[in-house]
Design a binder for this molecule. Structure first.
Ligand SMILES: Nc1ncnc2c1ncn2[C@@H]1O[C@H](COP(=O)(O)OP(=O)(O)OP(=O)(O)O)[C@@H](O)[C@H]1O
Length: 352
């Protein structure tokens, strides 16, 4: 199998001793959209810059299409990078900005012009092609940055929080455009973001990072349904984490002895942490066969249209929030005792 991009145990220690990334392994197929997601400072940008060739690699190797590019300068790599602040040249026109990369590569004038015109048309920028880049809106600048990255026809496009400077509305619009564009061109995208919804909504796979290490690499749905580490369980979605002591498995489910009683879920028998997504809790007087039933007390309730929002206290005093149909919420005021049912298939058991 030939991968577009392969990171083999890649690490980066800055000269001041900061370990920004350790042992990063990743294989990316042609045309995949991969997001690097994690809190500020977790090493996302450093990894992207190492892939681009803007940052020396301390350990490990970077391969692109079976070729070792670890020590290849940035301009010789089949990559192109788009920065959060777009890094446009303000005094150059849109056309000059887009053509700059081709000029650096030494393409003949006629070919350069042809490529630039084509991409201006594709990004709907022909009308503003002769304007200076600093006389444009955020959305237009964003398009220019994308056009500039794509005009050099990279195999891999690297995007470092490219939508970070846009307001929420424009961000949504450009997210859609970006996804369509990526599908259409079939180019591999590596996208850095700290916005969970952006990573889960746009990418084929998400790499979750924390403190310079990869926590999990999964498709968005899998990441959401089956977090593999306590960090991911806490960072993605709205989960309740309950620690316990492992019990023998039963009925194909791992089991834990917890302060709430025995819990069952999907995972290894030696797991010690139950991860319960907010939407898995169901208000039900007796549950159905095979479900786990937990007693709870209503501590707060709000009805908005057809939805009832509850705060509930579990037996170990922790508070959780659940949503249900408004009609089920009627009569359940603060202080009411209820039973919450849980399907063990929706619970994930992991090592704590
Ligand atoms: N040039 C540098 N010299 C020393 N340490 C650095 C340098 N650049 C980044 N770091 C450190 O390396 C770690 C990773 O930084 P990096 O910018 O890769 O994180 P990030 O996940 O991209 O964060 P953000 O979302 O804030 O951009 C941080 O601890 C950061 O302070």
């Amino acid at each position: 199998m030939i991968y577009d991009l392969e990171l083999i145990s890649v690490g980066k220690t800055y000269s001041d001793g900061t370990v920004a990334v350790s042992d990063f392994d990743l294989k990316v197929e042609k045309g995949e959209f991969v997001a690097f997601l994690g809190p500020s400072g977790c090493g996302k940008s450093t990894t992207l810059r190492m892939i681009a060739g803007f940052e020396d690699i301390t350990n490990g190797e970077v391969m692109m299409m079976n070729r070792n590019v670890t020590h290849l300068p940035a301009e010789k790599r089949p990559t192109s990078m788009i920065f959060q602040n777009y890094a446009l040249f303000p005094h150059m026109t849109v056309r000059q900005n887009i053509g700059f990369g081709l000029e650096v590569k030494g393409l003949p004038r006629a070919e350069r012009d042809r490529k630039v015109e084509r991409i201006l048309d594709m990004f709907d920028l022909t009308a503003v092609a002769d304007r200076k880049a600093d006389r444009l809106s955020g959305g237009q600048r964003q398009r220019i940055a994308l056009a500039r990255g794509l005009v050099v026809e990279p195999e891999i496009l690297l995007l470092d929080e490219p939508l970070g400077a846009l307001d929420a509305n424009l961000r949504r619009i450009i997210q859609n455009e970006l996804k369509l564009l990526q599908r259409e061109l079939g180019i591999t995208f590596i996208f850095v973001t700290h916005a969970q919804s952006e990573a889960l909504g746009l990418s084929d796979r998400v790499v979750v990072m924390s403190n310079g290490v990869v926590e999990q690499i999964s498709a968005p749905k899998e990441l959401y349904r089956r977090p593999a580490t306590p960090f991911v369980a806490d960072f993605i979605g709205a989960n309740t984490l309950i620690e316990g002591r492992s019990l023998p498995s039963e009925g194909g489910f791992a089991r834990l002895d917890t302060p709430l009683g025995a819990l069952a879920g999907v995972g290894a028998p030696e797991a010690t942490l139950a991860v319960i997504p907010a939407e898995a809790f169901r208000l039900s007087p007796q549950g159905t066969a095979g479900e786990i039933c937990l007693p709870a007390t209503v501590t707060g309730r709000q009805i908005v249209g057809a939805t009832g929002y509850f705060r509930m206290q579990l037996a170990d005093q922790r508070e959780i929030r659940i949503e249900t149909h408004a009609e089920r919420a009627l009569g359940l005021d603060a202080g009411a005792s209820v039973t919450l049912a849980l399907d063990p298939a929706s619970v994930t058991m992991i090592a704590g």
